[in-house]
Design a protein around this ligand. Structure first.
Ligand SMILES: NC(=O)c1ccc[n+]([C@@H]2O[C@H](COP(=O)([O-])OP(=O)(O)OC[C@H]3O[C@@H](n4cnc5c(N)ncnc54)[C@H](O)[C@@H]3O)[C@@H](O)[C@H]2O)c1
Length: 169
């Protein structure tokens, strides 16, 4: 998507994990392509910076502090998006955390639960509530971030799940 591509003018995009990394870069790309972008993340500081970068380029942005493992928070962030921006055309479910690379026998149940809670359950909760809104407007596109380890397992990465692929688990 180039900065001159206005393919998303008039569209609304919701991006989770938008406070840094791939989520921030995707949010900026959506904004450069003309979308009104709703940013969701745990980190309000990181969200402020992503919003600042988008506004600096003249883009439209809404920042929403949201824990994707909390269903009520996910639903509320999506409802706020539709209330403020009018619709929901695209969703990028990208919030995720990585398991420290180590043998499966050394992964604690707490670590396992945390990775699956954010990366797998969080993605499911976002999809569930995005689909409700997109069905109402009879259109919409959802993309889930994945990992190479969701396609092909590799040493030291037992807990790398994504519903869009299979899962290392
Ligand atoms: N960077 C890579 O090489 C790579 C490779 C494969 C997959 N991924 C996946 O891509 C996604 C983004 O990766 P990244 O490198 O940009 O990571 P990152 O750590 O820079 O960004 C992840 C974001 O998710 C947010 N987040 C974490 N838990 C959250 C929660 N419960 N609710 C809401 N937000 C939460 C973090 O605050 C952070 O802003 C992740 O899901 C990651 O697993 C990344």
């Amino acid at each position: 998507m180039s900065a001159n591509d206005h393919a998303f003018t008039g569209k609304v995009a919701f991006v989770t994990g938008a406070a840094s990394g791939i989520g921030r870069a995707t949010a900026l790309a959506f904004a450069r392509a003309g979308a009104h972008v709703a940013l969701a993340d745990l980190s309000s500081e990181g969200l402020k910076e992503t919003a600042r970068l988008i506004k600096k380029e003249g883009g439209q942005v809404l920042a929403l502090t949201c824990d994707v493992t909390d269903e009520a928070a996910v639903r509320s962030a999506l409802d706020d998006t539709v209330r403020a921006c009018g619709r929901l055309d695209a969703a990028f479910n990208n919030a995720g955390i990585e398991q420290a690379v180590k043998p499966a026998v050394d992964v604690t149940k707490d670590e396992w639960d945390r990775v699956l809670g954010v990366s797998l359950t969080g993605t499911f909760l976002c999809m569930k509530h995005e689909i409700v809104l997109m069905r109402q407007q009879r259109s919409g596109v959802i993309v889930n971030a994945s990992s190479g380890a969701g396609v092909k397992g590799f040493k030291g990465s037992a807990a790398t799940p994504r519903p869009s692929t299979a899962s290392s688990a």
